[in-house]
Design a protein around this ligand. Structure first.
Ligand code: SFD
Ligand code: AMP
Length: 627
């Protein structure tokens, strides 16, 4: 196979939405409204089928961001304080507040579209925790994507969505982002999308660090394997400034199948202990003082909860257990009537299983295959490998403009959620420093960005020009791995081992080994140092050279090649930013052994930028402004 076999299709649009996940669906829904008013076209491109693409593919059992502002229990300010504390002081408060003040209306839309939300006897949403509500969410993504598709369909010729088209590269013209290149993984088609504004919503990144799942478990991860760093690659390659690229997320999960812990900790009030039955959050509470003032905030920041657990493991006190059996017993204690207690037990059991069946089905299989009955047996929990997901308790992504009415002047540059590159917007996991937006907040941020991007199109009405030479160059670059494979495949009799090329799977293993061993992965207890990072960067640079020899035997493998190029860039920006930040701010996510303390003068954003003209990296400190 080679480039010539692929038909070139040029699609012109006003707003181009890249990705089909929660943020993209919010963007499509909102942009369609403003596009209809301004006779604009909106085009969405997803590498998968929107019905089940992205992090919400399997469904979810909770919506983790809902303020309930009308009930008057929470304020936007409370939420901003919570997020800032959870991220050890590092948050763009203008962005967090902007999402929080609008998120309730998105949740109400989900319910209107058919998402079943748990209700109590008074008809109120059942709260999992202060900010989280419970849903019967197996079909969450289907419901939301259908609403987005309907909004696009209602635009007639001005609304379009492409599925199973993988985006490889941004297209730049005079410092402005004017589109994207990609190819179909099902048909022999090469796409050039030409746009007045581009919104990057291609999720976060997984499989950059060596996973704990090996052998027959290889491929299982907490974060969806389909999100592979395309968002960060796209903004980095466009020359946009990035923020918090060091802030990975290491979730604690039910061991090996990555089942969620939120419902157990918050809804069922379960406790976690070491093997001796000691509750480490109590016995080790004193260790939090070192991380003042954030160590003392309630709830304890996510990374510090991890830290206390990791210390137990280090000291040989594992396994760590989630005591589901004690939690269920406690919930039954106040029910004296035996029949009523039996009914309640059945209800709790079914809620426990549904929590997994709604969002992590393999965890239910794991329970079944290990004969675990949550009402009788505790379950092991463990820290996973690191992921990049700014919408949960990580923060990596593009540095974007805040809203005009809330953003300090340094944080506002034209249009809400626009990156530092003209015409390029980012939302959801693609935008950084606004953690804890989750599914509902990502959808909401998509809405905010979609509206702002249409305003950009109205103000910049000329359709950009992309030269035929540039299109030819992009096409050649995109399909090069197919040609490399064709040219050299007969040299060896093992299709995976060949001195003239490297297959994407091998390339990924190499990347994961470097990241794990040098950049503080799970196997080294999430610890690293300048010396290790420098060595890791040296190896990564060699990989960058080798990436020009990536080879693919078909379109699916071609996608795998590009996924790994995207991962490599996410990895490089991560190493560079960890190296830049000479302190340890998020122990439990990673520790710098050469700078083990948190430092007041590092209570700043660590940003980075790659210059498309020179190929140089720039590291930048930016002030954290308290609103
Ligand atoms: O609790 C390309 N999240 C949860 N949020 C909740 O509200 N409640 C929960 O219960 C949640 N849980 C949870 C969550 C995430 C994960 C991974 C798990 C469990 C296992 C967080 C949300 O899911 C998350 O905040 C949002 O989904 C983020 O939205 P967005 O749009 O930023 O990302 P996406 O939905 O993953 O979509 C990404 C899209 O990009 C596409 N894509 N398209 C074209 N070309 C490329 N090269 C592309 N690369 C990627 C994808 O196909 C997808 O459409 S809890 O357990 O934490
Ligand atoms: P998780 O299942 O870990 O993704 O968590 C779902 C939600 O519950 C997120 O908003 C978490 O921040 C929150 N959460 C989980 N565990 C705890 C805990 N022990 N204390 C406070 N919040 C938690």
């Amino acid at each position: 196979m080679n480039a010539a076999e692929f038909e070139t299709i040029v699609v012109e649009t006003d707003l181009l939405i890249l990705g089909g996940g929660m943020a993209a669906c919010g963007a499509a829904f909102e942009a369609a409204h403003w596009a209809a008013k301004n006779n604009m076209k909106v085009t969405l491109v997803d590498k998968a089928a929107m019905e089940r693409s992205g992090a919400v593919a399997m469904g979810l059992s909770a919506i983790n961001l809902y303020l309930g502002l009308k009930d008057g229990n929470n304020t936007v300010e409370d939420y901003v304080t919570y997020v800032k504390n959870d991220l050890m002081g590092i948050a763009r408060q203008d962005l967090v507040a902007n999402i929080a003040r609008h998120v309730d209306s998105s949740v109400h839309l989900f319910e209107k579209w058919g998402l079943p939300i748990w209700k109590d006897d008074d008809g109120k949403y059942v709260k999992e925790g202060r900010w989280q509500i419970m849903i019967h969410g197996e079909a969450y993504k289907n419901i939301v994507s259908e609403a987005a598709k309907t909004a696009l369909r209602e635009l007639g010729d001005n609304g379009e969505y492409f599925e199973r088209v993988f985006i490889t590269e941004p297209i730049m013209e005079g410092g402005r982002c004017v589109g994207a290149a990609g190819f179909s993984v099902r048909e022999k088609k090469f796409y050039i999308f030409k746009a007045k504004a581009v919104l990057d919503t291609m999720g976060g990144a997984v499989h950059i660090f060596r996973p704990r799942s090996v052998g027959e478990g290889l491929g299982r991860s907490w974060y969806p394997p389909f999100n592979s760093g395309a968002s960060a690659y796209f903004t980095l390659k466009s020359g946009a400034e990035m923020t918090c690229q060091e802030v990975r997320f290491v979730p604690v999960r039910f061991k090996d199948s990555y089942g969620p812990v939120g419902a157990w900790f918050l809804l069922f009030k379960s406790k976690a202990t070491n093997a001796k039955g000691e509750e480490y959050m109590v016995t080790r509470a004193g260790e939090l003082d070192k991380w003042a003032p954030y160590g003392q905030t309630k709830p304890t920041p996510t990374n510090l909860r991890n830290l206390l657990m990791l210390k137990e493991v280090e000291e040989g006190n594992g396994p760590i257990y989630m005591h589901t059996e004690d939690a269920i017993r406690e919930l039954l204690v106040d029910i004296p009537d035996e029949k009523e207690a039996r009914r309640k037990l059945k209800e709790l059991e079914s809620e426990a299983w549904e929590d997994f069946l709604d969002m992590t089905i393999s965890q239910a299989l794991n329970w079944a295959s290990h004969n675990i009955m949550p009402e009788e047996t505790p379950s092991e929990i463990a820290a996973t490998e690191p992921y990049f997901i700014s919408s949960h308790s990580g923060a990596s992504g593009a540095w974007v403009s805040g809203p005009e009415d809330l953003a300090p002047s340094d944080y506002f540059f034209g249009y809400g959620n626009m990156t530092t590159v003209n015409g390029l917007f980012a939302a959801g996991d693609a935008s950084g420093a606004s953690s804890h937006k989750f599914s509902s907040g990502s959808f909401t941020e998509g809405r905010i960005s979609g509206k702002a991007a249409i305003a950009f199109c109205v103000d910049n009405p000329d359709m950009p020009v992309i030269s035929d030479e540039r299109i030819a160059e992009l096409k050649e670059m995109t399909f090069k791995p197919l040609e490399i494979f064709d040219e050299h495949k007969d040299y060896s009799n093992d299709p995976d081992v060949n001195p003239n090329f490297i297959k994407p799977r091998m390339f990924m293993f190499r990347l994961q080994k470097i990241m794990d061993e040098y950049a503080g992965g799970a196997s080294v207890g999430f610890r690293t140092s300048k010396a290790l990072l420098e060595k890791g960067l040296e190896f990564l640079n060699l990989m960058k050279e080798d990436s020009s020899k990536l080879a693919a035997s078909d379109a699916n493998e071609l996608m795998r090649c590009w996924e790994n190029v995207h991962r490599m860039w996410q990895a490089e920006s991560h190493i560079r930013t960890i190296m830049f930040r000479e302190e340890t701010r998020w122990p439990g996510y990673y520790s710098r052994t050469d700078f083990p303390e948190m430092k007041a003068d590092w209570e700043v954003f660590a940003n980075c930028k790659w210059d498309p003209e020179t190929g140089e990296w720039e590291m930048i400190k930016r002030e954290v402004v308290d609103l």
